[in-house]
Write a protein that binds this ligand. Structure first.
Ligand code: SF4
Length: 352
């Protein structure tokens, strides 16, 4: 009989250093590809929150925290502080952390009360619901979106496949993500566009202004133009320049005599409109959202949610057993491998 410590030494040493679980996942996935189970037409993406092995009441103030003892989970916390998937997922620093698993984030996203948790992120080929990539992150939208894009890149790099359609919920519909999908990858975004341009106070919203791409201007409901640059600034601006949006402004004399001013800009002398540099990609996503193909991919996206339901209800991954980002990675990767094996067993005919 091996000594009990052999298991943990192998798990934390040999298995992790050799990236064995990742190799196993990729081996099973390459078999799925070889057997024709991965179509490569549409990839669905989503994330699901899994509670960490950390009691919600055992928390400490994050600011100025120093660990009483350096455990493996603590070491991983310090190692991933600059990692976009964990410590650097958002500029907002956590107020509290768990001393036993400090990389886990305290989140109230899913429960009536907050818990320490990680997210498992799946990239799924929607034809047969085969998981083509899996990645752990903090349960924060920015980290999940960035992991989704990394997974698209990684699948292309390792297996040479990338989808025609990227299917996700509104969390993946920000301008930068849509711009990346359309302009850098040439992938159709089947994603609802995150749009905060509609005003709730009854005044004109951006859709009421017509963009004229040939002349790089907007035309307002009063028939006047809004231009992106009217005059040079007389004083040099000290705040950092926003390179993601362009600001279009109406002329003050036009607005001053306009009959529609009360409906347009009742509290300012003139009206301005901002336009994302990725607006072309956003418009494409809006057009796709009106098609039957979008309705079909929205239904197909439920296959990703079903995989998470299966993960929790059938595989029983309702709480992590291992601590730290690497523990979460091991458990999520093994679970995704098991789900692909199960799918392969169901889809492939039995050998005679
Ligand atoms: S207030 Fe200015 S921007 Fe608004 S409709 Fe009138 S002219 Fe156009």
């Amino acid at each position: 009989m091996p000594d009990h410590s052999t298991f943990s030494k192998n798990r934390h040493g040999r298995f992790r250093d050799s990236d064995l679980f990742r190799h196993l996942f990729e081996l099973v996935l390459s078999r799925c590809i070889r057997e024709g189970l991965v179509g490569g037409e549409a990839f669905g993406v989503d994330a699901s929150i899994i509670p960490a092995d950390a009691k919600r009441l055992n928390k400490v103030e994050a600011e100025g925290w120093t660990p009483e003892r350096i455990s493996r989970a603590t070491e991983e916390y310090f190692e991933t502080l600059d990692d976009a998937a964990f410590g650097a997922a958002t500029p907002v620093k956590p107020k509290v952390l768990s001393p036993v698993d400090p990389a886990a984030r305290f989140t109230g996203a899913k429960k009536a009360y907050s818990i320490f948790a990680y997210s498992t992120n799946y990239l799924v080929d929607l034809e047969n619901a085969i998981i083509v990539d899996v990645e752990p992150t903090a349960p924060i939208r920015q980290a999940e979106v960035s992991a989704a894009l990394d997974m698209v890149d990684r699948v292309q790099e390792i297996f040479g496949i990338y989808p025609e359609k990227f299917v996700g919920d509104g969390a993946y519909g920000n301008a930068e993500t849509l711009g990346w999908l359309v302009h850098e990858k040439g992938i159709e975004p089947h994603v609802p566009v995150l749009d905060k341009s509609v005003r709730q106070d009854g005044t004109f919203s951006r859709p009421d202004f017509k963009f004229d791409p040939e002349n790089d201007r907007y035309l307002c409901p009063g028939g006047n133009e809004l231009l992106s640059s009217r005059r040079a600034f007389q004083t040099i601006r000290t705040e950092p320049e926003d390179t993601e949006t362009v600001r279009y402004r109406a002329a003050k004399p036009d607005c001053a005599v306009c009959q529609l001013k009360a409906q347009c800009c009742p509290n300012t002398a003139t009206r301005h409109i901002t336009r994302s540099v990725h607006e072309g990609a956003r418009e494409l996503a809006r057009e796709i959202a009106k098609t039957d193909a979008f309705v079909a991919t929205r239904h197909a996206r439920r296959k990703v949610e079903m995989l998470f339901a299966h993960l929790k209800k059938i595989l029983g991954l309702t709480r992590l057993r291992l601590r730290g980002p690497n523990g979460a990675r091991d458990e999520f990767t093994l679970a995704a491998t098991a789900q692909n094996l199960r799918k392969m067993a169901k889809r492939l005919p039995m050998a005679a």
